[in-house]
Design a protein. Structure first.
Length: 186
């Protein structure tokens, strides 16, 4: 039996997301691959549903963008790209620290979603130009947030998506903190 391709895995992730959140009388949101850059588009004239767009057919991008959507509140989900600032690759060290602060919760959820799919999670510092990898403090903060989510519970949409992913991929539920180790973020 051959392993599924990244495109096949990304498609399965999208199907699960859409099953959870695409209903027009619900959250009316779809996870869409095939894009050069990730972006969130609220429903409007072009599309009658909200679009969480991820890069090409990369499963990690699908999970990361789904995590951002799960973190965003109602008001943020009405704004293009959630109304967030984004400094592109080449951020200064100060900008990188700010980036890491806002990325803790989404990357913690991405790790949980990755575990639910049986995929390896890689911390993203998203700053290749300066050669700044993820700081030890950033990795520790992600680990602490995952432990907190496992102890106190995930927000509703994130919990629903993680449970649905685990069912789809035949994995154990990813809510047990013993499944996560700081050393895995090396």
């Amino acid at each position: 039996m051959t392993s599924p391709t990244e495109a096949e895995t990304a498609t399965r992730i999208s199907v699960v997301f859409d099953r959870c959140f695409a209903a027009a009388d619900g959250l009316n949101t779809r996870l869409c691959g095939g894009h050069m850059e990730p972006y969130y588009r609220p429903a409007g004239e072009q599309y009658p549903f909200h679009r969480v767009e991820f890069t090409r057919d990369y499963p990690a991008s699908a999970l990361h963008e789904a995590a951002h959507w799960c973190v965003a509140g109602d008001a943020r989900r009405q704004q293009p790209d959630y109304g967030y600032w984004y400094a592109p690759d080449g951020r200064s060290e100060e900008q990188q620290r700010l980036f890491e602060q806002v990325e803790v919760k989404p990357q913690a959820l991405e790790w949980i979603f990755s575990r639910a799919c049986g995929l390896r999670f890689r911390v993203s510092a998203d700053n290749l130009a300066l050669g700044l990898g993820p700081s030890d403090d950033f990795k520790a903060a992600i680990f602490a947030q995952v432990r907190s989510y496992c102890r106190q519970g995930l927000p509703g949409r994130a919990r629903q998506f993680a449970a649905a992913l685990a069912a789809e991929f035949g994995r154990p539920q990813p809510f047990c903190e013993s499944r996560y180790r700081l050393a895995d973020l090396a």
